[in-house]
Design a protein around this ligand. Structure first.
Ligand SMILES: Nc1ncnc2c1ncn2[C@@H]1O[C@H](COP(=O)(O)OP(=O)(O)OP(=O)(O)O)[C@@H](O)[C@H]1O
Ligand SMILES: [Mg+2]
Length: 133
């Protein structure tokens, strides 16, 4: 049963040096959160782009969003936002913590931009693999 419309905007061939399974789990985590924290029928947009020397992936939803104070904390272990919107949504509060650990161990970065009530975009970037000249 499909609940959300997933749109992809992928980049051409880019190379990164990474553990494919682990980075796959980061992407899965971000998509599952986008679906979990946005109403049925909304779009989720997944985008890959090259920004300077980084491969940047973003997952954008039109869901409940995050207040500025929560945006700083969602990557902490066990942190879950407590509100009337989220009280019936189950989870352990570790998906983003693990994602951040994985990305940081690849010398990458992970962050979020969000507007409460309008949606969130989670980003991560990994250094491009550039052959030595
Ligand atoms: N796309 C999103 N939109 C709004 N809030 C989000 C989004 N993604 C995460 N959050 C908030 O950040 C918290 C932490 O997310 P995280 O993925 O680490 O844990 P979880 O989804 O609660 O549980 P799980 O460990 O099963 O993933 C969530 O509980 C939720 O409050
Ligand atoms: Mg999660």
């Amino acid at each position: 049963m499909s609940s959300h419309i997933i749109k992809f905007d992928l980049c051409d061939h880019v190379m990164v040096s990474a553990d494919q399974d682990k980075i796959g789990s980061v992407i899965t985590n971000l998509i599952s959160n986008a679906v979990k924290y946005s109403p049925k029928g909304k779009d989720v947009e997944i985008k890959c782009e090259v920004v300077d020397h980084w491969a940047q992936v973003s997952v954008k939803d039109k869901g409940i969003g995050l207040k500025p104070a929560d945006q700083d904390k969602v990557f902490d272990r066990y942190y879950r936002v407590e509100s009337s919107n989220t009280q019936h949504i189950s989870g352990f509060g570790i998906g983003l913590y693990l994602s951040a650990e994985i990305v940081h161990r690849h010398e990458g970065e992970i962050w979020v931009k969000s507007e409460s009530g309008h949606g969130s975009t989670f980003y991560f970037s990994l250094p491009l693999y550039e052959k030595e000249k």
